[in-house]
Design a binder for this molecule. Structure first.
Ligand SMILES: Cc1cc2nc3c(=O)[nH]c(=O)nc-3n(C[C@H](O)[C@H](O)[C@H](O)COP(=O)(O)OP(=O)(O)OC[C@H]3O[C@@H](n4cnc5c(N)ncnc54)[C@H](O)[C@@H]3O)c2cc1C
Length: 309
């Protein structure tokens, strides 16, 4: 199938037509074969909620689109086995919200889903599209990052696994090669004394583009006071890309969760952020909110044991 994206210059009476091809493969293998053979300039489209607005704004002009939205058999699932949760790339945000897996310890995923767009967007927006957008305000990237998620990347030549923390290499840039596609997100739910939480600030209550969003996965030792592992991730940690706040995480590990520890951790977090300003908020404001959220997340994750001492 071929359709035209026209640039019409009527004044000079010439018509410039730039073509864009839309390829609708029959299944995943067909798509991978196509990408291996002809896909150098091809762009995957899942539900298009990120891609199509960018095309409309002329931020990108792909010459070939590969529509994977019909591969629900291959890529839309939520599975749990051997202590691992696997999510197909076409799993939608609404699928996450409907799953019984994301209550309790993994309630952060549910929280992020509830704050995501509006119901119409949640019904179609895919987790693969969210991650591959590699943008600085996506909700699910920090959430999966604090769970140390790994990504299954597939191509006609086979598959490889890439930690999510290494997948996003720049603003709108991923570690995907031209012939590759994201197939699955995999993580082990935290065990023992663990909790997760998510916070997001926007300028309105729905269709929120995050000014700051921050996720925490916290595990405590058996004494229920000392941090065994802390994973904080937020967008724009270094520059504009989502990342783990490594220095803050290292600082928290092995320390007791006290009011003093939290105050110090807030300073460490501020020192590793380089948050930029735009019309939604200044870098200074964003840094302050990120610090407030760190405190709130730590308090929420320790609520069941009475909060920080
Ligand atoms: C009104 C509105 C509200 C929104 N609100 C939010 C929000 O609150 N939070 C949020 O995080 N986002 C939000 N978004 C952005 C968008 O909905 C999400 O990023 C969504 O998850 C993208 O999924 P998709 O299936 O539509 O991806 P697409 O738009 O189809 O693709 C996005 C990008 O990922 C690539 N891609 C998609 N799937 C794959 C794959 N399997 N392998 C390789 N590359 C792939 C595409 O090539 C493209 O670059 C919103 C968008 C709109 C229009």
């Amino acid at each position: 199938m071929k359709f035209f994206n026209s640039e019409t210059t009527l004044s000079s009476q010439t018509v410039v037509m730039s073509t864009m091809e839309l390829y609708s493969p029959t299944d995943l293998n067909d798509a991978l074969r196509f990408m291996e053979r002809d896909g150098r300039n091809a762009t995957v489209i899942a539900s298009g909620t990120d891609l199509l607005p960018r095309m409309r704004r002329k931020q990108i002009s792909p010459s070939v689109l590969i529509d994977i939205s019909s591969f629900t058999e291959d890529l839309r699932y939520i599975r749990q086995s051997d202590g691992t949760i696997r999510l197909g790339a076409l799993t939608t945000v609404s699928d996450l919200l409907e799953s019984p897996l994301f209550h309790g310890r993994l309630s952060m995923i549910r929280e992020a889903g509830m704050l995501f767009g509006a119901p119409q967007v949640r019904n179609v927006a895919t987790i693969g599209g969210n991650i591959c957008s590699a943008s600085s305000s996506e909700d699910l990237i920090p959430v999966f990052m604090v769970l140390d998620a790994k990504l299954k990347i597939v191509s006609a030549r086979g598959e490889r696994s890439v930690p999510l923390k290494d997948f996003i290499i720049g603003k709108r840039e991923t570690a995907l090669k031209p012939s590759e596609m994201l197939a699955e997100v995999e993580f082990s739910p935290p065990g023992g004394h663990s909790w997760t939480a998510y916070e997001k600030l926007g300028r309105r209550n729905m269709l929120i583009i995050a000014i700051v969003n921050e996720a925490l996965s916290l595990s405590l030792e058996d004494d229920l006071r000392t941090v065994r592992s802390a994973r904080v991730a937020l967008n724009r940690v270094s520059g504009k890309i989502p990342a783990l706040a490594v220095r803050t995480n290292d600082f928290l590990e092995g320390r007791r969760v006290t009011v003093e520890t939290i105050a110090q951790a807030q300073k460490v977090l501020a020192s590793e952020l380089s948050l930029t300003s735009d019309f939604r908020g200044s870098g200074t404001y964003r840094t302050e909110i990120a610090q407030v959220y760190l405190k709130r997340l730590l308090e929420r994750c320790t609520r069941q044991i009475g909060g920080p001492s």
